[in-house]
Design a protein around this ligand. Structure first.
Ligand code: 5GP
Ligand code: ZN
Length: 114
């Protein structure tokens, strides 16, 4: 999957619309198009990395910022107190569909494992 074809790179470049909930230099957050919880946001680095195996390609500050933005989004959307899940689907057994690393931030209902 090249950056030209990657759906999340297209969102980051503004070529595909998304409901943006947070937008900054290196990290973006937008609503999942097929939400599985009242709050279901995807947090992505603007830089394309496919999965955790490529996370070393991201600057350390961006790795940290992904988690900070996840927390910020949860706070802004009112699920900090109730709690929320932050999930990375990595690879096919985990059901990864989009090969641009992203954090699912899900809250607003009781969430179980897996
Ligand atoms: P994965 O299984 O790769 O962790 O999850 C990919 C997520 O991206 C899915 O929950 C799916 O609903 C979401 N998604 C796929 N295409 C789009 C899109 O074009 N826009 C948005 N906002 N979400 C998308
Ligand atoms: Zn990408």
């Amino acid at each position: 999957m090249s950056e030209a074809d990657c759906i999340f790179c297209k969102i980051a470049r503004g070529e595909i619309d998304a409901e943006m909930v947070h937008d900054e230099d290196e990290v973006l957050a937008f609503n999942d198009i097929n939400s599985k919880a009242p709050v279901h946001v995807l947090v992505i680095p603007r830089q394309h990395v496919a999965n955790l195996e490529e996370i070393g390609d991201l600057p350390d500050r961006v790795v940290k910022r992904l988690f900070e933005v996840a927390s910020l989004v949860a706070e802004n959307l009112g699920v900090t107190e109730g709690g929320y899940a932050v999930r990375i689907n990595n690879g096919s057994d985990a059901g990864q569909e989009v090969f641009h690393l992203h954090l699912h931030v899900m809250g607003g209902k009781r969430l179980g494992m897996p």
